[in-house]
Write a protein of this length. Structure first.
Length: 279
């Protein structure tokens, strides 16, 4: 049971997974289904009012498997229509400046499929997650040896959002389909520059943290999608995305800024990540 009174189901493959057990302890009901087995989905969705859809991204050696991502989203939408679901909230990816990002194609096609269906839909397009600072031992993102590395220009605004706020907007959409049905919301809660964000994190965790933009050669080495994003940011001279945090706060006044997220659980989680990283 959610805080708003909704009964919540979890689509799971393994109900014994620790993450599932934690959510069940908080009142959620697990139902068995598999995004790669469409025949399991309709029964899992039967009787549900709404579906929150965010198909997991599949990464291959040459980049995102947009076909599998789209197929998963498409199959859930088809099953939801057959099951009589009324409202789908889809969380995709914030709009990038032209020509856009190749890895977003699967999400855009899922959006198009929703628009052609009979169900009420709300499309959320979140920017970069604050939780990405918790990535551990990744070649980009996270914090390694006091350095946060990414594609962004160091002195230009970089929009970010706390994952919890995506959930809060989802709850708003389900609670008020007359207001949010058919809407597309670009979501961001804050827009510090990467240098400013690093300084805020350093102050919150009480240890040195700085930002470093990866080079073109490093981006190329990480794959064609990363290289394409690096070039797009460079060519446009900014870090992209056009969400309006001030307008969004008129809808959700408690949206988290980076300082709020750090003061909540963020700083401690970053400290824990750094403390538990193998030498």
């Amino acid at each position: 049971m959610s805080a708003d009174g909704w009964s919540v189901r979890l689509l799971v493959r393994d109900p014994r997974h620790p993450a599932v057990r934690d959510l069940v302890a908080r009142g959620a009901e697990p139902v068995i289904g598999d995004l790669d087995r469409p025949d399991t989905l309709e029964a899992a969705l039967a009787g549900a009012y709404g579906v929150f859809l965010i198909p997991p991204v599949v990464y291959r050696s040459l980049g995102t498997d947009v076909e599998q991502e789209y197929r998963r989203g498409h199959d859930v939408i088809e099953a939801a229509e057959r099951a009589g679901v009324e409202h789908v909230v889809f969380s995709g990816l914030a709009t990038a400046p032209p020509p856009g990002l190749p890895q977003s194609d699967g999400k855009h096609r899922i959006e198009q499929r929703l628009r052609t269906g009979a169900m009420t839909y709300t499309i959320l397009r979140p920017v970069r997650f604050m939780e990405n600072y918790l990535f551990d031992n990744a070649p980009m993102d996270g914090i390694l040896n006091g350095v946060h590395r990414h594609l962004f220009l160091a002195d230009k605004p970089m929009q970010i959002i706390a994952v919890d706020d995506i959930g809060r907007f989802t709850a708003l959409a389900f609670a008020d389909p007359a207001e949010y049905g058919g809407r597309i919301l670009e979501l961001a809660g804050d827009d510090p520059t990467p240098d400013q964000a690093a300084a805020l994190i350093a102050a919150a965790v009480d240890m040195p943290v700085r930002y470093e933009r990866i080079s073109h050669d490093q981006a190329e080495a990480l794959g064609p999608e990363i290289a394409a994003t690096w070039r797009l940011i460079t060519d446009n001279g900014d870090n992209g995305w056009r969400a309006d945090p001030d307008e969004l706060r008129t809808r959700l006044p408690g949206m988290l800024r980076l300082t709020d997220w750090l003061a909540g659980s963020g700083a401690q989680r970053i400290r824990d990540m750094i403390d538990h990283r193998p030498e």
